[in-house]
Write a protein that binds this ligand. Structure first.
Ligand SMILES: Cc1cc2nc3c(=O)[nH]c(=O)nc-3n(C[C@H](O)[C@H](O)[C@H](O)COP(=O)(O)O)c2cc1C
Ligand code: SF4
Length: 452
């Protein structure tokens, strides 16, 4: 199975070929050297090493991890928390669940290092309650590690949240950890400013409890950075985005799968070498890194996969989960599925978000059923562009990036649908993954909530 092929820049370190059976197996491959090393260093030394590594967050935005760490560490507020985002709700992404299935120890070790560096009171690991195997494996690893006093002094608690896409949005995740619904707090209160249990919205000044939120793969990468050093990490990947990542590749390729490779691997290499290429006789039409960025189209297939290059190509790396669409797809249908997903997952706290995503979805439906025309296309673009007005979170911005990108790129295809609709067009699945079949090398999808 192709889950951890060697990259051109070093051996895989995140994803072992097979799931580790127990703590002894982890210790045998160097487990706990990083936490021991961290405890022998001053907190500032640990933060400096992470900063020097150039690690960028693997949850989607690529924010430099060390900068976030030093900002929280320098905050004078006495109470701090750490929250590991292992909620993985981005369509087309399965890497965090695979990390937790194969080597949950490195995730826990990374969280313990972060908690030490932040001098945190407590750390949390948030997942969706449906992540059966990942939940079981991490809970078992936690039990083994605490039984041997291998996790340090700071307690780590698991929080199992709902299926909502918004659970992964950091301000909503804090709400869920505090026992409420997955509804993002206001834009002005990111977790590193106003964190957990600070009494939002009427927090007491000086008791803002800054909270470090980092993705599950970001935390795992920290373990390897502290163990092997920042220079080792920087020797892989690109200057813009050092290190490896686990790419999730799905859709119209021969071999769907999870591939640990160096950042900077090109999209062509990922599709052709790892994914075995497209289905016979098919041509590439579009690639989407989840639903949070504009698409990447065939002329940009040689783009190196790092944050900077993908942004320069007009798209985004996201959480490195790529959904491939060949020329058998109808892009009106694809836009409809993405738009509907974002509409349904919008929590409705901000009117323009809920209404804008709804209007775009309904007009896309008109184009599909043959009652739509150019007026609807104009309205889709306007609704999508206006959706982020006064937003509390990035969800409607995602809509405004991905939907106009599809409409503009496939303008002729949209025109062909005017007053005619889909003529036996292929209906795509919403690529929300819930499992990976290692034998068949294909993902299993859940359609999620399809009604508002
Ligand atoms: C709608 C939405 C969903 C998100 N889902 C996830 C997710 O499933 N996992 C994740 O790590 N980050 C997700 N994020 C990004 C987080 O808000 C946050 O930026 C990230 O966890 C920070 O970690 P990092 O800096 O290590 O990437 C999401 C953001 C938005 C707007
Ligand atoms: S922007 Fe949308 S998803 Fe985000 S909080 Fe507002 S309504 Fe909810």
């Amino acid at each position: 199975m192709e889950t951890s092929q060697a990259s051109r820049n070093g051996k895989p370190y995140l994803l072992p070929d097979k799931a580790l059976k127990n703590l002894d197996e982890y210790i045998a491959i160097g487990g706990f050297q990083a936490l021991k090393k961290a405890y022998s260093m001053p907190r500032e030394g640990v933060i400096a090493e992470v900063k020097k590594s150039g690690l960028r967050g693997r949850g989607g935005a690529g924010f430099p991890v060390g900068i976030k760490w030093s900002s929280i560490a320098s905050d004078s507020c006495a109470t701090k928390y750490v929250a590991c985002n292992a909620t993985e709700g981005e369509p087309g992404t399965f890497k965090d669940r695979m990390l937790m299935r194969r080597n949950p120890y490195q995730v826990l070790e990374g969280v313990a290092i972060a908690a030490y560096a932040m001098n945190a009171k407590k750390a949390f690991i948030a997942m969706k309650h449906t992540f059966d195997e990942a939940i079981e494996r991490t809970a078992q690893a936690h039990k083994e590690m605490t039984a041997r006093n291998a996790l340090g002094e700071i307690p780590i608690e698991f929080v199992y949240g709902p299926e909502d896409y918004l659970l992964g949005e950091e301000k909503a995740m804090l709400e869920v950890i505090e026992g409420r619904e997955a509804m993002p707090r206001e834009m002005d209160f990111p977790p590193y400013i106003l964190g957990l249990f600070a009494g939002y919205p009427s927090c007491i000044p000086g008791h803002t409890n800054p909270t470090l939120v980092n993705n599950c793969e970001s935390m795992s990468s920290v373990t390897h950075i502290i163990r092997n050093g920042a220079d080792w990490f920087r020797s892989m990947g690109t200057a813009d985005t050092p290190g490896h990542t686990i790419f999730t590749l799905s859709g119209d390729v021969q071999c769907e799968g999870l591939y640990e490779l160096a950042m900077g691997t090109t999209m062509r290499e990922l599709i052709e070498k790892s994914g075995g290429g497209l289905k016979p006789g098919r041509k590439l039409k579009a690639i989407f890194s989840g639903v949070a960025s504009a698409g990447l189209y065939p002329e940009a297939i040689d783009t190196p996969l790092d944050f900077g290059s993908m942004r320069n190509a007009g798209s985004g790396l996201g959480s490195a989960g790529f959904m491939v669409y060949d020329d058998s797809n109808c892009m009106v249908q694809v836009a409809y599925v993405f738009s509907k997903f974002l509409w349904i997952e919008s929590c409705g706290q901000c009117r323009s978000c809920k209404e804008g995503t709804q209007e775009a979805t309904e007009r896309l439906e008109k184009l599909i059923n043959g009652t739509g025309n150019e007026i609807d296309v104009e309205a889709i673009l306007q609704a999508s562009t206006n959706a982020p007005r006064g937003n509390r979170c990035f969800l409607p911005t995602e809509h405004s990036l991905i939907i106009p990108s599809i409409v503009h790129t496939f303008q002729r295809e949209f025109e062909a649908h005017y007053n005619r609709g889909c003529q036996n067009c292929r209906v795509p699945v919403l690529p929300k993954m819930h499992d990976y079949d290692e034998q068949k090398r294909e993902f299993h999808y859940t359609h999620g909530r399809l009604t508002p």
